[in-house]
Write a protein that binds this ligand. Structure first.
Ligand code: IPD
Ligand code: CA
Ligand code: CA
Length: 270
């Protein structure tokens, strides 16, 4: 797996996400219905989630047949190249259902570390209705529509604008409410967008100062975490570890250090 060309991977991620995002937007204009539910009744899948992931898998398999794929809707298929594509066909499906513009296709090219964790090499988050494409690759700048991105640095806790998300899991919602209660008196304000990928990209571009994510699987952030990291954010989990179901915390390092003691206590365990 030597000589990985991360820019080639990024180009494929961009081209595929552009086409996939156009399909999602096109399907939305024809109306949308819930096709099925997953972990519980709140965790919905629309026909577009399925169709968009199928398109992405087809394009990636044609371009790079030896790569593996992990997609939210279609599961994991091993490859032989050492590259695994991690896909969320529509991040923000509930927004999509309601006609909100805050949804995005997320595609990341990753490699697996010895400990089994996915390490992102290139990623693209494309929100067709917002008209925004976020990109980055290992060693490269983070960009929105080609413009370089930087996180907000040196923001004190009391001036921090912090986004979070609402998990489908009801037990995890209790943790988010605890986060709200702990954070609200100490920060500038909280934001709920409804797309973890766009939330993490929001930190990258300074639209918010930090994101606190709970119960996020890898496809929610494989692309966005790379984009935020390359924009100068730390993206980490609880107790200095990597992001996990328990916690994903993205912010400039000083703000992350200030936020972490307020939010990790009693967190969701893997
Ligand atoms: C969801 C969104 C949401 C987050 C949920 C995710 P989906 O992804 O990212 O913001 O709070 O935890 O599951 O289901 O729309 O792909
Ligand atoms: Ca998602
Ligand atoms: Ca999704």
């Amino acid at each position: 797996m030597s000589d990985i060309d991360v820019l080639e991977l990024l180009g494929l991620a961009q081209a595929t996400a552009t086409e996939a995002a156009a399909l999602a937007a096109d399907m939305r204009s024809g109306g949308v219905q819930v096709q099925k539910t997953k972990s519980n009744d709140l965790d919905i899948v629309t026909q577009a989630d399925t169709a968009v992931e199928a398109l992405i898998r087809k394009r990636l398999a044609t371009a790079r047949p030896a790569d593996g794929v992990l997609g939210e809707e279609g599961g994991e298929a091993d490859g032989t190249s050492g590259i695994t594509w991690v896909i969320d066909p529509i991040d923000g499906t509930v927004n999509y259902l309601y006609g909100s513009p805050s949804y995005a296709v997320s595609i990341a090219a990753t490699t697996k570390a010895a400990n089994g964790r996915y390490v992102s090499l290139a990623g693209c988050v494309h929100a067709p209705v917002l008209g925004t494409e976020y990109t980055s690759a290992a060693g490269q700048a983070a960009r929105r529509n080609g413009q370089e991105l930087h996180v907000n640095e040196g923001v004190p806790l009391h001036q921090a604008l912090v986004s979070t998300g609402i998990p489908y899991d009801l037990e995890a919602r209790a943790q988010v409410l605890a986060d709200f209660a702990s954070l609200a008196p100490r920060i500038r304000d909280l934001r709920l967008v409804g797309s973890a990928a766009l939330d993490v990209c929001g930190v990258a571009e300074g639209r918010t100062d930090a994101h606190v994510g709970r119960r996020l699987p890898i496809w929610d952030y494989a692309a966005a975490a790379l984009i935020a990291t390359q924009a100068g954010s730390v993206v980490r989990g609880a107790r200095g570890g990597p992001p996990s179901l328990e916690l994903l915390l993205a912010a400039d390092t000083h703000l992350a250090d200030a936020l972490e003691p307020l939010i990790t206590d009693g967190g969701i365990k893997e």
